[in-house]
Design a protein around this ligand. Structure first.
Ligand code: DX5
Ligand code: ZN
Length: 215
């Protein structure tokens, strides 16, 4: 049974509390929170201030996906806001190892995200230091995009690396996940499914989350 992490990027920000309560009442495991800076990705979303407000609504795990340049500048701010887990992009860090140590020293779990063009083999020297790899299955920046099919190959390759080395690292897949492709993604080796549009544009978001859990 996969971990299901709905992305609040597609929530109704005018009635954010309502969507947070809906997730609390659902089978969702994690809140997936997408932070964008308009530099690393073309879009701008929200930061620690909004996450701090959301934190008041829920005890579920806050899985924060930082799509920002030089994320080490904000690690402490996200910790104070209530992040349980911080995922930073391989492409946005000059000193990835140092940044991971910083996240872990503050008591958070550490993840590394890979853009669609970045090979999973690039993680070979860091995989034993991290809790999670986030494989982007769309180009980061926007919700509601189409799943890139080659991602399935990347998931399988990473699954073999993690299993061969007996590491406790989770594989999270993010972007374009639907009720139609989720089973293939889990079969390829994913542990965590992120879904924004599929959950929040659904007529019955709780039922959609339950269907994703059942994959
Ligand atoms: C995209 C974000 C995703 C996004 C997924 O850059 O990282 O988390 O919200 O949205 P969907 O599921 O709509 O593709
Ligand atoms: Zn994300």
């Amino acid at each position: 049974m996969p971990i299901v992490a709905p992305s609040l990027l597609s929530a109704d920000f005018l009635h954010l509390e309502k969507d947070c309560i809906m997730l609390n009442e659902s089978e969702a495991d994690w809140f997936h929170l997408d932070v964008m800076d308009g530099q690393f990705v073309p879009n701008i979303t929200y930061g620690p201030m909004i996450i701090k407000f959301m934190r008041k609504t829920s005890h579920k795990l806050f899985d924060v996906h930082l799509m920002i340049e030089a994320p080490e500048r904000y690690t402490e701010d996200f910790k104070s806001a209530g992040a349980d887990q911080l995922t930073i992009h391989w492409e946005a860090c000059r000193h990835l190892h140092r940044n991971i140590q910083q996240i872990k020293s503050l008591g958070m779990k550490a993840g590394v995200a890979l853009n669609p063009h970045t090979p999973v083999e690039n993680l070979k020297e860091i995989l034993h230091e991290i809790d999670l790899v986030l494989i982007m299955s769309v180009n980061p920046g926007f919700g509601g995009q189409q799943f890139i099919p080659h991602t399935l190959t990347k998931i399988k390759t990473l699954r073999s690396m993690i299993d061969d080395w007996s590491l406790p690292v989770k594989i999270e897949v993010d972007g374009g996940i639907t009720l139609g492709n989720a089973r293939d993604i889990v079969n390829a080796g994913a542990d965590v499914l992120v879904a924004g549009n599929t959950v929040f544009s659904s007529a019955d978001p709780k039922a959609t989350i339950a269907s994703l859990k059942a994959m």
